[in-house]
Design a protein around this ligand. Structure first.
Ligand SMILES: Cc1cc2nc3c(=O)[nH]c(=O)nc-3n(C[C@H](O)[C@H](O)[C@H](O)COP(=O)(O)OP(=O)(O)OC[C@H]3O[C@@H](n4cnc5c(N)ncnc54)[C@H](O)[C@@H]3O)c2cc1C
Length: 408
């Protein structure tokens, strides 16, 4: 191994980059991480806001299917660094995890993402990993070099690592550093990049001013949601002033995006009583109302409390005149017209990025041997539920293996 082949550069200090750094350092390779922001792991820290969901205890086959078109690829990645490996890794850093009732894996109550990150950075230091914050990658130089700028002094340098891992993230929550500004740098050398699109984000519904004022922000618990005749997703829907959000909406963003792309609009169908068979629902609606108003009747017969009546009137103004059969059908499939998905920067994750066709089986760029890609900058998407971080950790571990193999 000559001088130039002695060390590995990791660009981007998110979970994918830091996992690659750890695995490479454990394999005995000198590693330097370059991060544009003042600190590493900013999006990782944000991930703790809505419950810090590290992975999922779902069985392997289902787990891999969460990555859609990339299922087969992820099967191999998950075999190499599985959810169990992730739990062992966290425990080794002093962070025990537990499996919640939904199968989601979380750190035990007292632990925040900052605790895990602190312990992780301590371990990386022990392993000799050098982290250079405020160092922005500006692009490639010649066959093997990388151009960097020190964000404090403004000084530019070119480094010559033996191998490079790019782990620059997607293009949402730009304030955390994941701004997608790397796209032209890859395109310059002929690497294709699929345009970014919001994933795991809210959907916009043009509510009336009356609805926005009356309902504001309100949860609808235990509902079912689907796009046209697609599979139903269960969970809690949140009505907001711009439309709807929550796990079931996030899970359906690929289908909503496709429908919007095809026809300029999309419809979500809301099942307000997913556990009730249609015949039972109809029988309850056929009971005598004894003069009760629709809201009172729905509450007594079906435990459908506010804001459901307001929602029904908003989306189906004729609701109070409907016969039981038509009302039953409406409660099982209330159409919610979606005008758009929320803007990219608000999304929990992004679809798009470097397609798998542009990398080999080690996730090395075909266009630039010696440069590997990990994490959200690759073109895959998955729902919330721990699949995002697991995907980043698994791709990070996988590229470390590829780099180690390449450097012998
Ligand atoms: C609100 C929110 C909640 C989330 N909750 C969860 C959750 O509970 N569970 C889950 O599984 N996932 C969650 N996620 C998703 C998860 O945080 C991301 O999938 C993950 O952080 C992506 O990791 P990454 O390493 O690929 O990229 P990132 O974490 O985005 O890291 C990329 C790094 O590269 C740096 N960088 C970019 N360009 C350059 C450059 N030119 N030079 C140097 N450095 C550069 C950035 O500053 C950044 O630090 C959440 C995301 C959000 C926004």
């Amino acid at each position: 191994m000559n001088e130039r082949r002695e060390w590995v550069a990791i660009i981007g200090g998110g979970p994918a980059g830091l996992m690659a750094a750890q695995r490479l350092a454990e394999a005995g390779l000198p590693v330097q991480v370059f991060e544009a922001q003042a600190t590493v792991g900013r999006k990782f820290l944000v991930a703790g806001h809505g419950g810090f969901n590290l992975s999922n205890a779902e069985d392997k086959r289902h787990f891999a299917s969460r990555y859609g078109a990339e299922e087969t690829r992820f099967e191999a990645l998950l075999n190499h660094f599985s959810p169990t490996d992730l739990r062992t890794w966290a425990a080794d850093l002093g962070i025990e995890t537990f499996v919640g009732t939904s199968g989601r894996i979380f750190p035990v109550a007292a632990h925040k993402p900052a605790d895990l990150l602190r312990a992780w950075l301590h371990r990386l230091r022990e392993l000799g990993v050098q982290i250079h914050t405020r160092h922005r990658w500006l692009g490639f130089a010649d066959a093997t070099g990388l151009r960097l700028r020190n964000e404090i002094s403004g000084a530019e340098t070119t480094i010559e690592p033996a191998a490079t891992v790019l782990a620059l993230g997607g293009a949402s929550w730009a304030k955390t550093g994941s701004d997608g500004a790397w796209v032209p740098l890859l395109q310059e050398i002929g690497v294709p990049v699929t345009p970014f699109a919001p994933a795991n984000c809210g959907a916009e519904v043009a509510w009336s001013e009356f609805f926005k004022t009356k309902v504001g922000r309100a949860p609808l618990k235990n509902i079912g949601l689907r796009v046209h005749d697609g599979p139903m997703v269960r969970g809690e829907l949140m009505l907001t002033d711009y439309g709807v959000e929550g796990t079931p909406v996030y899970a359906l963003t690929p289908q909503v995006r496709q429908a919007l792309h095809r026809g300029g609009s999309a419809t979500l169908f809301l099942n307000l009583k997913p556990d009730l068979p249609p015949s039972t629902l109809l029988a309850r609606l056929q009971q005598r109302r004894n003069g009760a108003s629709l809201p009172d009747f729905l509450r007594k017969a079906l435990s459908l409390a506010p804001p459901v009546p307001t929602l029904l009137r908003e989306l189906a103004p004729e609701v109070s005149t409907l016969k039981p059969e038509a009302l039953a059908a409406l409660l099982k499939a209330l159409p919610l017209p979606v005008a758009a998905l929320r803007p990219l920067d608000e999304a929990i994750s992004t679809a798009g990025g470097i397609p798998f066709s542009a990398v080999d089986e080690h996730l090395m760029l075909r266009q630039r041997p010696g440069t590997f890609v990990a994490g959200e900058m690759l073109d895959w998407e998955a729902p919330t539920g721990g699949y995002l971080l697991q995907g980043c950790f698994s791709t990070g571990a996988w590229v470390a293996r590829g780099v180690a193999l390449r450097l012998g």
